[in-house]
Design a protein around this ligand. Structure first.
Ligand SMILES: [Cu+2]
Length: 332
């Protein structure tokens, strides 16, 4: 997951685990069943050449080699659960097999011990992460997506080895990546030829100001520019990202706010909260000068009149200004 280990690794883990122990000394709400949305999001095609990513059950299927530059992923979630995919740029010659062997088990073991409240053992499990994990870079990816929906996510990719993964948990607390939601691919030095898309909306996110956007929205098909002003690490070991959700009348905003944190033993599990339709978004972007466009991604949305929110997967996003509810009117 995130490479936030500028401090010595063991000290970082110790401080992080102490934060987790404090956070989860209070129990959170259990997660009820999902709402069974079947309406497909038709979306806006940002580029002619798209990379298809498909989930049928607990998988992420895609081609093993793609060109570099602006890349539009068309993600179809044909399963019965909420998923996403984050794009990890691997250091050097590391591949998906290295991730499966060295990273995935360490996170699952750590999560298992967190679930049991065994903090010392969780600390030791995360200490088993390989040193190269600290050089892994998150480079965006498709936001949370409810069952039987599709979304597009466009990012700029440089040549190298990459992994896509989903770390939502099942009802037993097992990461989807542990159950097979991981796939590796190579980005070649050939250019995709795609141009940077033109957006119809912009949403900004920063550690200081949270999520910001022009709330004067209008219905229709949109291409949303996600602009990361900065990136930082939170107590859940990750940075901030942006997800778009449709809020039905029965949506419980407190429950959603608590759900958006993988490191909570009772949260970020499927089935997802009732009354919340996840419509995609943009995963963590690194904001690095040495990587072109590393702080800009695009995702599509078909907005209809109703109530929506932009929300980040961080601990207690509302307290950070990263849970913003807005209304789409019936006309401009
Ligand atoms: Cu998943």
């Amino acid at each position: 997951m995130k490479n936030l280990m500028k401090t010595p690794k063991k000290i970082f883990y110790f401080v992080w685990m102490c934060c987790l122990a404090l956070l989860y000394s209070c129990e959170t709400e259990p997660i009820p069943g999902q709402n069974g949305i079947n309406e497909a999001n038709l979306g806006v095609r940002a580029n002619k050449n798209v990379v298809n990513v498909t989930t049928t059950h607990m998988d992420l299927e895609m081609q093993s080699s793609i060109p570099s530059g602006w890349t539009t992923f068309q993600y179809e979630n044909n399963s019965h659960n909420t998923h996403f995919f984050i794009i990890d740029k691997l250091p050097g010659d590391k591949t998906v097999e290295d991730s499966k062997a060295e990273v995935v088990p360490a996170f699952q073991n750590g999560m298992d011990y967190i679930g049991k409240g065994e903090w010392d053992k969780a600390l030791a499990a995360f200490g088993e992460l390989p040193d190269w994990y600290g050089k892994l870079i998150y480079t965006g990816g498709a936001g949370l997506l409810s069952p039987n929906r599709a979304t597009q996510a466009t990012v700029y990719l440089e040549p190298g080895n990459y992994v896509i993964e989903c770390y939502v948990k099942n009802s037993e607390g097992v990461f989807h990546v542990t159950n097979g939601m991981i796939s590796g691919f190579t980005v070649t030095s050939d250019l995709s030829g795609n141009k940077e898309p033109k957006s119809t909306m912009e949403v900004k996110i920063s550690s200081g100001n949270g999520i910001e956007f022009d709330e004067k929205t209008y219905p229709g098909k949109h291409l949303i520019r996600a602009f990361f002003e900065d990136q930082t690490g939170y107590s859940h070991f990750l940075g901030h990202d942006i997800h778009l959700v449709k809020l039905e009348e029965n949506a419980d905003l407190d429950e959603l706010n608590n759900w958006m944190n993988w490191s909570n033993p009772n949260s970020f599990m499927t089935p997802a909260p009732e009354g919340v339709v996840f419509m995609g978004g943009m995963q963590d972007m690194p904001v690095l000068d040495e990587i072109p466009n590393s702080n800009v991604g695009y995702f599509d949305a078909h907005l209809k009149p109703g109530t929506y929110a932009f929300i980040a997967e961080v601990p207690d996003p509302r307290s950070k200004g990263m849970f913003k509810v807005f209304t789409v009117p019936s006309a401009r």
